[in-house]
Design a protein around this ligand. Structure first.
Ligand code: AAL
Length: 370
């Protein structure tokens, strides 16, 4: 224990440096003390067309961009309740994000939104995106606008493998040109066990993204295009941190691809929807919902090797970051405000506003920390 100073023991509140509990040994190993990356969130209702609407699903908001004095957001939209997988999957809606199209809305203040219409719809029967297009993210580069999104081809079985599509336009109001082929697909090295439509039964699990590639988000980084995404694996298990969900990255020289998956994948061991931003020459990532490192904020100096910077309380899911903010100002500047979604119930979800802020003191009502 000689490698630690007396001040270090005192700061940790350790009574006897020769009698260390397992927890105190772990605390001694932490090398980060700053609260710069620690924050909390609040969530509020929106007004106008994005306020909750009975019978309508609006979820998985993209990032927000600012264009000619207005904020823009894109999101998955569908109508009607979810039937699930027990009935006729040819006719039913199996998930709230099944039978979706991508719609968009604009706002002057980020609180009251006007739904402008559909941006990208499902493809013709037989195409890779004929069943649902959903969970989109916006990317702007050199005057062009790109929407990346998940696609599913019918029939939407439990074992269906989805893909990622992209559409581009010269204005955020479209018209959008869709890529004829997907730009990302699941790894092809898992093997299902038997014919039953069951995703837990496998002969071989394959890579972390052998079943699904979700939540695509493109970042311009080091002169290349980094497409971060969530992978779901065939034969998913529950670990000591919950579901086996991890993030990967695929890199291209052009926004439309071709995207090559990093050999370092997966780049997270936990998380759910992708929420990444630029900070201090690296990439920061909010890890929510699933896995042993859920509810952490991580940062990678090279966009690949992420380390935990803070453990936070219940971050909102599916955050669409406000891309008009200066994210370099401080670690959590990117989270100042943005959008999230919330489950009114299993059938209907709606978009809400989230505010995040750094917390540097825990104070009682009326108490001052300064
Ligand atoms: C989410 C995302 C993806 C999943 C589903 C809809 O929030 O991770 O988009 O497919 O749930």
């Amino acid at each position: 224990m000689e490698k630690y100073s007396d001040e270090h023991f005192e700061r940790l509140g350790i009574t006897n440096k020769h009698k260390l509990s397992a927890a105190s040994k772990r605390a001694l190993e932490w090398d980060k003390w700053s609260s710069e990356w620690y924050g909390e969130f609040e969530v509020f209702d929106l007004k106008g067309d994005l306020a909750y609407e009975e019978g309508v699903v609006r979820r998985d908001p993209s990032g927000i961009i600012r264009h000619q004095g207005k904020y823009y957001v894109w999101y998955s939209k569908s109508v009607g309740p979810t039937d699930g997988f027990a009935g006729d999957i040819e006719k039913d809606k199996v998930f709230p994000w099944d039978r979706c199209d991508i719609w968009y809305a604009t706002s002057e203040d980020g609180w009251t939104w006007k739904e402008e219409g559909m941006a990208v719809g499902r493809g013709e029967k037989g195409q890779y995106d004929d069943r649902s297009v959903f969970t989109t993210e916006i990317f702007v580069h050199e005057g062009r606008y790109y929407l990346v999104y998940q696609t599913v081809k019918s029939p939407y079985t439990v074992r269906v493998k989805n893909q990622v599509g992209i559409a581009w336009a010269t204005s955020p109001d479209g018209p959008w040109t869709k890529s004829p082929e997907p730009i990302l697909s699941p790894a092809d090295n898992g093997i299902w066990l038997g014919e039953e439509d069951n995703r837990f039964k496998v002969v071989r699990k394959g890579d972390f993204d052998s079943h699904k590639v979700h939540d695509p988000c493109i970042m311009y980084y080091r002169g290349k295009f980094y497409l971060y995404y969530k992978g779901e694996q065939m034969g998913e298990e529950i670990t000591f941190g919950g579901r086996q969900i991890r993030h990967g990255v695929a890199i291209a020289d052009h926004p439309l691809g071709p995207y090559l998956k990093s050999e370092y994948n997966p780049v997270s061991n936990s998380g759910h929807e992708i929420c990444v931003w630029h900070y201090d020459g690296g990439i920061a990532s909010l890890i929510t919902t699933d896995g042993p490192e859920k509810n952490t904020i991580q940062w990678a100096p090279d966009g690949i090797n992420f380390e935990i910077m803070s453990y936070i309380k219940c971050p909102p899911p599916a955050i669409g970051l406000n891309r008009s903010l200066d994210t370099e100002r401080e670690p959590l500047a990117a989270l100042e405000w943005g959008l999230t979604h919330e489950y009114m119930n299993d059938d209907y979800q709606y978009i809400r506003r989230m505010h995040g802020r750094r917390v540097s003191h825990h104070v009682a009502k009326g108490e001052s920390a300064s």
